[in-house]
Structures are given as C-alpha cells and as structure tokens.
Write a protein that binds this ligand. Structure first.
Ligand SMILES: O=C(O)CCC(=O)C(=O)O
Ligand SMILES: [Fe+2]
Length: 276
C-alpha cells in the first residue's frame, strides 16, 4: 500500500496543555496517536524486516534465556518509518518545544520478548555523563527522545515508568532516582517527585525531555503479548554531537528535501570528537 505521506498521526500538532506537560512534567504521553492505517503499516514494515523475522522465528527456542532485539542506529527503514523523521506532527512538536534549530540525532529499534528483565531508572542526556568542556557547555541544551510503542504495553508488562518533574533537578551525582523518590529533591523540583507507571494502547507515543528519569518494568514470562515493539527517534538542539549521533546514510541525504537536509547536516559522533 502506498503510504499516506501527509501524516501518520491523528492530530496535527501539540496543544498548549501538551506543551505545558512537556515543560512541567518532562514528557508528553500520546495514547493511540497513530492512525489505524499507519499503525498497522508500521508494524507490518517492522515485522517484515529480514532480521526481525529471523529474531521472531527463533524466540520459542530461547524461552529459558530471552534476549531482546536491539539495533542502533536503525537505518533499515521502510517508507512509513522514514516518514516519522519529519512527519508534520513531529516537526510541529519539535518546533513548539525546542524551536527551529535542531538536528536528527539517531534512532533505534528494540523488540522485548516475554521473560525479559527491567531497565533501571536512568537519564539519556549524554553531555551530562562526560566532563569535557564541550559537554559542560552543551549541558542545558535540549535532547528529545520520541518513543514509539506500536503495539502498546500494560502496567506490569514492559511498561515505561517516569518520575514527572525529575528533569528539573540539576544532574549532580547526588540526584539519584532513589533519593528523588525519597523526597530529597522535592524542593528543587518544586513538586513532590513520585513514580508514574504508564499504560498505553497500541499506536502510542511518548515525547520526553531526556533529562527526565525513566525506566522500564520486566515483561512477564506469561505475558499475553509475545513481544513489545519499540522504536525511537532522537533529536537534539543544534550543537556538537551527542554520544550516539549517527552517520546519515548517503541514500538518505541524496533523496532529502532541503528541510530534511537541514536535520541531517551535522557532525556525527566519533571517538575523541569531544577531546579538543
Ligand atoms: O523500552 C522502553 O520503553 C524505553 C527505553 C529507553 O529508556 C530508551 O530507549 O532510552
Ligand atoms: Fe532511556
């Protein structure tokens, strides 16, 4: 089926309440935001990838020792996944939160099978975890993760969990998730910091400021969902590379519109690129 290249989403852009949620809570959850057609087409596209088919085929043999499928960067994208990069809804969200001066950073695809363990609370802003002058200078810039949950998740079954407001706490060594949840940083955040366990239907997405603490719960061995499909696109405010800022495949650049080229024309991460 030819993709509807206008938009894969039901809504054109964020509401003021969404933007407030991004700034106050550090994330926006969009349940069932893909059109039915786009959701189905994206799942088909991903499940049709040769590597994914091989992975899914061998899942029954790995029941005692489940392993996720994980690829970063995820470049093997069909027309629907490609459209995610600058769909009008995504562009509108990025402009309304970061502004006009942002770049595509990188992508990943992750498939989590039954029996897989948790992902502890963490933050993903790579300039905080390194102390080069570049990292110190870039620390306050936006790094935004767009998490796509095409087949959704329920609470207690590979659900995403967040600490709303934790993006407002300065990223020092003391600011651990345990101490936040014990109330030690409520004053700095200007609100009680509590865990929120999300639950999202198929076709959902979560837009997060990578400063927010987030984690993922395990997938029970008897989950009714055989595997959870998760793909992510990451965008960064213009500036030096982050830890995973990917090389853009030549064919992406060759076919890119001027607006898309603007997203792609930036330096990729390489060993030592922060050193000088
Ligand atoms: O698997 C998920 O739901 C989220 C994973 C995550 O935290 C990340 O990709 O940064
Ligand atoms: Fe993360």
């Amino acid at each position: 089926m030819a993709p509807d290249l206008h938009s894969l989403f039901r809504i054109p852009g964020p509401s003021q309440a969404d933007i407030n949620s991004f700034h106050n809570d550090g994330y926006i959850a969009y349940p069932n935001v893909f059109t039915d057609q786009a959701r189905q087409a994206l799942i088909e596209e991903i499940e049709g990838l040769e590597q994914v088919r091989d992975y899914v085929r061998q899942l029954p043999d790995l029941q005692g020792d489940p392993k996720p499928y994980f690829i970063r960067p995820w470049n093997d994208r069909g027309p629907y996944a490609d459209q995610l990069i600058d769909d009008p809804f995504i562009t509108s969200l990025l402009r309304a939160t970061i502004g006009d001066d942002y770049h595509y950073c990188h992508s990943a695809l992750n498939i989590a099978p039954r029996g897989i363990g948790p992902l502890r609370y963490h933050q993903d802003h790579h300039h905080w975890k390194h102390e080069n002058p570049v990292n110190l200078a870039e620390r306050e810039k936006y790094y935004v993760q767009i998490l796509y949950y095409l087949n959704g998740f329920t609470r207690g079954d590979r659900n995403l969990k967040v600490i709303p407001g934790s993006h407002r706490v300065a990223p020092t060594e003391d600011a651990t998730p345990d101490r936040m949840l014990a109330g030690e940083f409520d004053a700095e955040a200007g609100r009680p910091l509590k865990e929120k366990r999300l639950e999202l239907p198929p076709g959902s997405m979560v837009y997060i400021n990578a400063r927010i603490f987030h984690g993922v719960e395990p997938k029970p061995a008897d989950s009714p969902q055989p595997y959870r499909i998760f793909n992510i696109d990451i965008f960064k405010e213009a500036g030096p590379p982050h830890r995973y800022t990917q090389e853009i495949p030549a064919e992406w650049l060759a076919g890119a519109s001027p607006a898309r080229k603007k997203l792609f024309l930036r330096q990729a991460y390489s060993e030592g690129c922060w050193a000088s």
